[in-house]
Design a binder for this molecule. Sequence first.
Ligand code: MN
Length: 285
Amino acid sequence: MRICRFDDDRLGVVRGDRVHDVTSVLDRLPAVRPPFPRHDLLIERLAAFRPLMEAAADTAPGRPVGGVRLLPPVMNPGKIVAAPVNYKKHLDEVHADAALHHGNQIHAIQRAGLFLKATSSVIGASGTVGVRFPDRRTDHEVELVAVIGRTASKVRKEDALACVAGYCIGLDMTVRGPEERSFRKSIDGYTVFGPWMVTADEIRDPADVDLTIEVNGQTRQNANTRDLVLSVAELIAFATAFYTLHPGDMLMTGTPEGVSPVLPGDVMVATIPPIGSMTVLVGEG
Ligand code: MN
């Protein structure tokens, strides 16, 4: 099942190239009172809501997906967990290029740990990445993103994929420089999630999906998640050894080699075949 959010906070089910509006099912979410939950109420209940969404989609007229404004597929991610240098060849390219490492010590992920990006940085596929500091490099990083589906603490690798509700494509946009990763990667608009979320049953093996990004028609990154240093399951075990993951938390799994700068006016097309493809514009910041 492909779930999107679009236009003025509508909820949609994507079938083929059409979006079916199932916003009415959101009326079934519990009314919340302070203190408001920090996790995502729909993702928490996705198993129960799926049949309701399928039924609503059956009767809702479809609209062409190209004619809607795609928002981030998860309403309220509580945190965005991200993996630094999680492909060996990307680690090699960072070590070799001062424009990428800026004199920072770059450690293997097992030693560096994970980092967090601000939720305020998130935009959807129809948003525009605004280059915030034009005199510095802003790079694309295409990544497979896992949407966490349940509360998870101290999870064993063997049990980790059962915590995943679904997947989407992520762009971990990055301004290069000497500051902490979480600071440089949390600029407004520097986290793109989309074009929609596919439920976990549609990706049998997250350790074998292709991911690519083209900029202005030219392929810049082209890899497969089999080359991840830490797999999706290992990343969940690693993260939950330190903190609890909650429904709707987003796990960005790292980017392969081929990161390169983008400029206002560029057009990025990111593709992960079992999910789909999203076209994201780069503009002024
Ligand atoms: Mn990244």
